[in-house]
Design a protein around this ligand. Structure first.
Ligand code: NAD
Length: 391
């Protein structure tokens, strides 16, 4: 088994250590400028060490290259451990070098990964995606050390073709030392992504009335614990809209099982169980969830000019909570809703605000015809009709 990992960030470092510890041969495809050299410099001091709360894992890649031709052709599995906005360029780079039957997967997939992958790499490879990255992880020293801060108990995995999920979940569970649960389809995985609701929805709640003034570092709001009743209502409405999409799709795509698409409240209770002191409502499940304790809203230092003495921070609208979760999450779901004929006023409210602060345009006059739709993974980008949503 020869695995090639694509990327050079936190997830790629963690995968090198986790797979290496299992004795799996790993190559690295690192085309991002300067990263192949950084990997080599770090690795010259020994393998990657991942520090976990219960010990260390060590892995050493065999080959590192910025050229796909050097590390893709021999791979039996190619793992994209990257933010979703980097998927397309990587898929295009690896496409000419993939062998027959190579597995190509993303950790995590985010919405519509399978459509993007099919467009770039064609019909033959088996595609898979994880619902989220199994680890919370941060690089300590590039090419040398990464901290695994936590590991998810269970992570969903879907494949295209869908009937490969069970066998692949078993294989990858042992590679990654994580329990992977087979999900019915990549479409169900796309709709079941709760990050697309929580992250942009809470950003909206915290900052849609922001007055443009910098705040002191001690004034940065808590992210999940800062959710007020009004934002909780908005999240509930967004979650209801996704459930309405499920309800509309079920009779029209009878071959597809959408049972993974549950309400946000139910997902929180299932995922966090005893961590939630008061699980009675969606709001209480967020603000009394110990797992979310202390997590702050994303902010960045205020841009200053030489004469400006005012210090402080401002909301970070370039955060992954928007730049990943909107075009590769919420807009994808919005596109599916449009095909299913489901109205999504709450989701639209968040997208309209998000696109303004991000300086892009997805929705125009209530339809996905904005100038930047082509950079998202909405099904409309791939010319998909409702019946072709489950490829
Ligand atoms: P990261 O920020 O560490 O990854 C950045 C890497 O992506 C870069 O080092 C580069 O290799 C690559 N990259 C960025 N832009 C690129 C481009 N334009 N072209 C090619 N390559 C590019 O991200 P991460 O922490 O490794 O996260 C990977 C994915 O996992 C993301 O989707 C993230 O949201 C998700 N995730 C991460 C964590 C975590 O704890 N790190 C937890 C949950 C989910």
């Amino acid at each position: 088994m020869n695995v090639t990992i694509c990327g050079g960030g936190n997830a790629a470092h963690t995968l090198v250590a986790v797979l290496g510890q299992q004795g799996i041969e790993v190559d690295l495809f690192a085309p991002y400028p300067g990263e192949a050299e950084r990997w080599r410099a770090g690795l010259a001091r020994g393998g990657i060490r991942a520090r976990t709360p219960s010990g260390s894992l060590v892995g050493q890649p065999r080959r590192i290259s910025a050229e796909a031709a050097e590390v893709i052709p021999r791979a039996s599995a190619v793992l994209l451990a990257l933010p979703a906005f980097a998927h397309k360029s990587i898929l295009q780079a690896i496409a000419p070098h993939l062998g027959e039957g190579t597995l190509v997967g993303a950790l995590p997939a985010r919405g519509g990964f399978h459509w993007a992958a099919r467009q770039s790499i064609g019909p033959s490879p088996v595609i898979f995606g994880l619902q989220t990255l199994p680890w919370a992880c941060r690089i300590r020293r590039y090419g040398e050390e990464v901290d695994i801060l936590g590991t998810k108990a269970v992570v969903g995995l879907a494949t295209d073709p869908a009937d490969r999920a069970e066998a692949l979940a078993e294989t990858l569970s042992s590679w990654l030392n994580v329990t992977l649960r087979p999900e019915a389809s990549m479409l169900a995985l796309t709709l079941a992504d709760v990050g697309q609701l929580l992250h942009p929805g809470i950003m909206y709640g915290l900052f849609h009335t922001w007055d443009g003034q910098p705040m002191g570092e001690d004034q940065v709001p808590l992210f999940y614990h800062g959710v007020d009743a009004e934002t909780a209502d908005l999240l509930q409405a967004m979650s209801d809209e996704v459930r309405a999409v499920r309800t509309a799709l079920e009779p029209r795509l009878p071959a597809c099982d959408f049972s993974a698409v549950v309400s946000l409240h139910e997902w929180l209770r299932r995922s966090y169980g005893d961590h939630i002191a008061d699980p009675s409502t969606l709001h209480s499940s967020l603000v009394t969830n110990r797992a979310y304790e202390g997590l702050l809203a994303p902010v960045r230092p205020r841009e200053e000019n030489a004469h400006d003495q005012i210090m402080g921070v401002v909301p970070d609208f370039g955060s992954r909570y928007l730049v990943e979760d909107v075009p590769y999450g919420l807009v994808v779901t919005r596109g599916i809703a449009e095909l299913a004929g489901v109205e999504t006023p709450a989701i639209d409210q968040v997208i309209v605000w998000a696109q303004a602060v991000m300086g892009v345009e997805y929705l125009r006059d209530g339809r996905l015809t904005g100038r930047d739709v082509g950079s998202t993974r909405a099904p409309q980008v791939y010319g998909l009709s409702l019946s072709r949503l489950v490829a």
